[in-house]
Design a protein around this ligand. Structure first.
Ligand SMILES: Cc1cc2nc3c(=O)[nH]c(=O)nc-3n(C[C@H](O)[C@H](O)[C@H](O)COP(=O)(O)OP(=O)(O)OC[C@H]3O[C@@H](n4cnc5c(N)ncnc54)[C@H](O)[C@@H]3O)c2cc1C
Ligand code: SF4
Length: 459
């Protein structure tokens, strides 16, 4: 909220909702934007002078910017798009986001949940606008170049969004950066998890190439492991390491019959498809789970030619961790979702799965994470037929290559919450291997944070 006469406007920092109306409305362009690069904090400049109600007041970040894990200035680029300033909008997005087109396609957009326009009609489609601006910039050559001014070399393990973001920022800071990727392809779960129909491969490749062009060296088919005695960093020849190896091991259902032929873990099923391997589903497919992986598996099975795809989830639609739009898409495409249902055993014939026995559930009290606990309804068991069953019930970090690193009880890597450093000096970690399976934009944020910590450490 701004008050005052022509030449002395005053911002009430506590009342300001950062709606931008004053910036856009001032005919003399007297009020201008001001941003500090380090913190992405915004204030407002009056003819070169920061003028808040009190000098120590800070104008709060707009809710959308606050909600975005990398504090992307959504309001800023949406306003620039509205003015037709597409190049400027793209530059603003790229200032903090090394994978804008990827986010434009698959970000779970917490910014839109926070958008105040929701109170009027519906939130601004911030993610779609980012996609639009990234598409506009497809032909525009990346202008930034890493300077490689600094002598120190950094190894980034894993080429998912956390690794790519960390490598991008470190390269721009002037370090020499090399990525080791175990798989023959780059991109992590963006490439071998998320199906192509949701994230076109040329979009991902374009953004990876832009990071490579900065000067980041990328080596595929390079598996990295710790030897367990803490000397790995010294032996590696690098000055610091950022680990971003994701959570690629599938959790199991823990029901009898799980080792029958025809039962697959969700991430492995998607990896096979994404690596171009031939996958036969049969006509009837059952999918178990309620997250993005389960939804992507079910939609992929339909595309592979399955005639009937049934998805079983033990809670209700409200509790599903998958992105709601993707759930609706799956239903529109013909996936039958059975809520409040869980498998109790797999049924086989001659060693091959032919179906499963399920039980109906009801929701009890909320658990420690606030989600209502599913409780089996005794005597409600029933059987279903299936030629293939795919379990997408969670992922874990593979501990095998991580000897010597402290882990949390859930198998994720323990790091200092401020710096992202592990128990080993000079070794940092981020992304899914620290948080457990999460979101791409959180992985990007953790990679960016680690880049800053590594710079600090190497000083
Ligand atoms: C099916 C599916 C759908 C999803 N949908 C969405 C979505 O719509 N929106 C969203 O925001 N998020 C989504 N996610 C989540 C998102 O993809 C992840 O949170 C994100 O990719 C995690 O990034 P990361 O960099 O931590 O790890 P990853 O992307 O998992 O990358 C880790 C990389 O490290 C490599 N690696 C592992 N071990 C080694 C080793 N020893 N040496 C060398 N390299 C190694 C792996 O091969 C991999 O390439 C989805 C995930 C899946 C599986
Ligand atoms: S990166 Fe995601 S959360 Fe951030 S502004 Fe873009 S769509 Fe919103």
């Amino acid at each position: 909220m701004v008050e005052g006469r022509t030449h002395r406007p005053v911002i009430h920092a506590t009342k300001c909702h950062s709606c931008d109306v004053c910036l856009r409305g001032c005919p003399a362009e007297f009020i201008q934007e001001y941003r500090t690069e380090e913190e992405s904090l915004r204030g407002t400049l009056y003819r070169g002078k920061l003028a808040f109600q009190k000098s120590q007041d800070k104008i709060p970040l707009p809710p959308c910017q606050q909600a975005c894990p990398i504090h992307q200035d959504a309001r800023g680029y949406v306003a620039l798009i509205a003015k037709g300033k597409f190049k400027e909008a793209l530059d603003l997005v790229r200032e903090v986001n090394p994978l804008p087109a990827v986010c434009g396609f698959i970000c779970h957009h917490p910014c839109e949940e926070a958008c105040l326009r929701e109170d009027v009609d519906h939130s601004v489609p911030i993610r779609l606008l980012k996609r639009f601006i990234a598409e506009y910039g497809r032909e525009r050559k990346e202008v930034k170049k890493g300077s490689k001014k600094k002598k120190q070399t950094i190894l980034v393990v894993g080429s998912g969004p956390a690794g790519l973001a960390c490598a991008n920022d470190l390269c721009l800071m002037g370090f020499k950066v090399t990525i080791f990727e175990a798989l023959p392809v780059l991109g992590g779960m963006l490439r071998v998890g998320i199906p192509e129909f949701r994230l076109p491969r040329e979009v991902l490749q374009m953004e990876i190439e832009a990071i490579r062009e900065l000067g980041v060296e990328m080596k595929t088919d390079h598996f990295f492991r710790f030897d367990g005695n803490g000397r790995t960093l010294k032996r590696s020849g690098f000055d610091a390491i950022f680990l971003s190896m994701g959570a690629h091991r599938s959790s199991t259902l823990n029901v009898p019959g799980e080792s029958l032929r025809g039962i697959f873990p969700g991430v492995e099923f998607l990896r096979e498809i994404n690596l171009g391997k031939q996958v036969e589903t049969g006509k009837k497919v059952a999918v178990i789970g309620g997250g993005n992986v389960a939804i992507d598996v079910a939609r992929s099975a339909l595309r592979l030619g399955a005639k009937k795809v049934d998805l079983y989830y033990r809670r209700s639609k409200k509790e599903m961790p998958a992105i709601p739009e993707e759930v609706d898409e799956a239903i529109r495409e013909g996936v039958n979702i059975h809520f409040l249902t869980a498998p109790v055993r797999m049924i086989g014939k001659n060693g091959k799965v032919v179906g499963m026995e399920c039980i109906r559930m009801r929701l009890g009290e909320p658990d420690e994470k606030g989600r209502r606990k599913p409780i089996p309804i005794q005597g409600s068991n029933f059987k279903v037929d299936a030629e293939m069953i795919i379990a997408a019930v969670g992922q874990k970090v593979d501990p095998k290559p991580l000897k010597g690193l402290d882990m949390n009880p859930d198998g994720t890597i323990r790091v200092d919450s401020k710096t992202g450093q592990t128990n080993l000096k000079g070794v940092f970690a981020g992304g899914d291997m620290v948080t457990g399976p999460g979101w791409a934009i959180d992985a990007i944020a953790s990679g960016k944070k680690a880049a800053k910590s590594i710079e600090e450490y190497l000083k």
